[in-house]
Ligand binder design. Sequence first.
Ligand code: GAL
Length: 378
Amino acid sequence: MKKKLVSLLTVSALSLSVLAGCSSSSDSAADVASSAEEAAEEAVEEKTEEVADAVEETAAEVTDAVAGGDLADKKVGVCIYQFSDNFMTLFRNELESYLVAQGFSADNITIVDGANDQATQTNQIQNFITSGVDVLIINPVNSSSAATITDLVVGANIPLVYINREPDADEEQRWEDNNWNVCYVGCDARQSGTYQGEIIVDLGKDVVDLNGDGKIQYIMIEGDPENVDAQYRTEFSVKALEDAGLEVECLDDEVGNWDQATAQQLVANALSAHPETEVVFCNNDAMALGALQSIESAGRTVGTDIYLVGVDALSEALEDVIAGTMTGTVFNDHFSQSHSAADAAINFLNGAGNDHYIGCDYVKVTADNAQEILDSVK
Ligand code: GAL
């Protein structure tokens, strides 16, 4: 059987060579030779590509395994100034899930509540240092304590990412001058203030100047006054009105500490003392939601006889903007900020380093785009 097959093959090979010989032109022989060569080249190319792909895939797998393995072993300490803060709750939940998605083990991520007390937070930082964390992400209670915090953390040779509450320019300069592994991730609060003011300006003077006295009467509800976000939002919201040529009159300026219930009380008092109020500026949405409760209890209607703006784009506030019960807000992008903070921590861990300031943009929100923003944050 085997023999038969061999002889059959021999015969066919012979007939093939005869056939090739029959055509007898040297061109055809050359054609056969070159197509054989092409086929061989193609086969080699294909094989080379396959091998290259396989090598690339394996290399990527190895890198992932090494990085994932490394990160899974790394300990991250996260200090939040106060857990009960609405915006920082969105921020910290997103931060945690993004860190896990990047390969950190949930067991190695510890997030602590500073309970709005710097002494408590400084203690927590010391404990993190003692327990040997590999990187710290800190939302300081008092930005003015940043120099002390930086000294502690850098002294322990731990990289540090500040979030949300920006330390002052002198402090950031020290990181630069000493080439320390310290950076800040956050937005420029001046932009959010400007956007708040522009939302009012864009309504038009005739619409906002409800009593027609040529001035915009407003009340301002501030966040924690130690916080640069509160300072800049207060300053730049009003500045945007003035820059647009509007005359302004501040009827009341109170500190609501970012808190809904506090703001509700403050706005109730302010409205009864100043029924001529045309605009209520709140440094954040939690306080704007409190303001709205008081505006409604006072029998006033946003969009008709008063205007109200906040910052953050909390879902509840976005729903109010859609319904017209809030004039507008400003999206404080906790996705982008928390992801950049985690990426910065990873860059420090793998030795890539970071710029000392990592910024993020706010987005102006009115009835025109509130639904779009709400869909994107859900
Ligand atoms: C601001 C935010 C406020 C509050 C504050 C805490 O960026 O708008 O709602 O969370 O941070 O520092």
